[in-house]
Design a protein around this ligand. Structure first.
Ligand code: COI
Length: 356
């Protein structure tokens, strides 16, 4: 249990007036959570302080060797005004796994959840009210040691900032065109694809820009070893419905274990669908499209929830999906997940945690 010291701002910012124009991750709230780690002392000085720039040594490891990572989750306002979180324990566990891979000391799951709840409680009035909006919560850890040797840092900071946000993609839930990327890769076996470190995202920007220049919303990533198997789409996990069954890449080292991914799999299995977590060759996806059995394709992630794909272009071949419309399973997943998240549907799975 953390002892969190709270210092409130004396100059609160004006809250956004028009919640239909929030965008994603552009506006930040009045406070942030900070906790320090020093070798010999462990994690210490948990505090909520006014949101402000950080002061770091130019030699801090985070700037040179990218020993850093992040998480993403949301606080949702229910119709009755109460505020709630969706599976924050899953983000806490994934941060632990990420820390382990990056040689960063662990933060206990309960401390992470306590810190998120404490900050959201202080920032409750910042949780937007408009349908489809939420408070995006961004926990992150940075290596702060002032030293240029390539080693694990002896000091870190763990922070949480919050941003009232609307839809992640300008397209919202409208189906998008995706470019199958066969030059750049996102992750390789033995690398960091399964964790949420900034380096993975830095390495993805080039392909994203290329796709945008070619008129696509995002790229579909193939595996880094053979460039044969589908792995992720943009910064999301990806699902295919082929001949009535669901396929998604297994999280065996190169694919991020998304909280929305996991929730979709649980719901789909509850609804009686067979869900295959394994290898799916892009050649088989294109073949299914030619044969008319590629029924639905969608990405899943915290930010956009579920994002339908209407077209997949691979080399000179183009797969058209669902006549450009969102498929029934994609829609049902979106309605169920957002229903639970915003409190419109009962939380039968125990995924919701209220914020007091
Ligand atoms: C997500 O929540 O889907 C993401 O990972 C996107 C985030 C990097 C903005």
């Amino acid at each position: 249990m953390l002892d969190i010291k709270i210092t409130r701002t004396e100059t609160p910012k004006a809250k956004p007036q028009d919640e239909s124009k929030l965008g994603f991750g552009r506006i930040f709230t009045d406070h942030m959570f900070v906790m320090d780690y020093d070798e010999g002392q462990g994690w210490h000085d948990a505090r909520i302080v006014p949101y402000a720039p950080l002061v770091l040594a130019p030699a801090a490891s985070v700037f040179h060797y990218a020993q850093e990572c992040f998480e993403g989750l949301k606080a949702y306002r229910r119709a009755d005004g109460r505020v709630q979180l969706f599976r924050p324990d899953c983000n806490a566990q994934r941060l632990r796994d990420t820390h382990e891979r990056l040689c960063i000391p662990a933060i206990p799951v309960e401390d992470f959840v306590q810190a998120v709840k404490a900050l959201v409680s202080v920032e409750k009035d910042w949780v937007p009210h408009l349908d489809g909006t939420s408070l995006y919560i961004r926990p992150f850890t940075i290596a702060t040691m002032e030293q240029l040797g390539v080693h694990a840092s002896s000091s870190y900071q763990f922070l949480i900032i919050c941003s009232p946000s609307g839809a992640y993609y300008a397209e919202g839930i409208n189906p998008v065109k995706i470019y199958v990327e066969s030059e750049y890769v996102r992750a390789c076996p033995g690398g960091t694809g399964a964790i949420k470190c900034g380096g993975n995202y830095a390495a993805s920007i080039k392909a994203g820009e290329k796709a945008e220049q070619l008129g696509y919303s995002q790229v579909l990533w193939l595996d880094g070893a053979e460039r044969r198997y589908v792995e992720e789409v943009g910064s999301m996990n990806i699902f295919f419905k082929i001949g009535g069954e669901i396929y998604t890449a297994a999280t065996v080292g190169t694919v991020l274990p998304g909280v929305t991914r996991r929730s979709c799999i649980e719901l789909l299995r509850d609804w009686g669908y067979t869900v295959h977590e394994g290898r799916l060759a892009i050649a088989d996806v294109m073949k299914a499209a030619r044969e008319g059995t590629l029924e639905e394709v969608f990405g899943t992630g915290t930010a956009a929830v579920v994002s339908p794909v209407k077209q997949l272009d691979y080399g000179s071949e183009s797969a058209q999906i669902g006549g450009g419309k969102i498929g029934p399973v994609t829609q049902k997943l979106y309605d169920t997940l957002t229903g639970i998240q915003w409190g419109r549907l009962p939380d039968e799975k125990g995924w919701i945690q209220p914020v007091d």
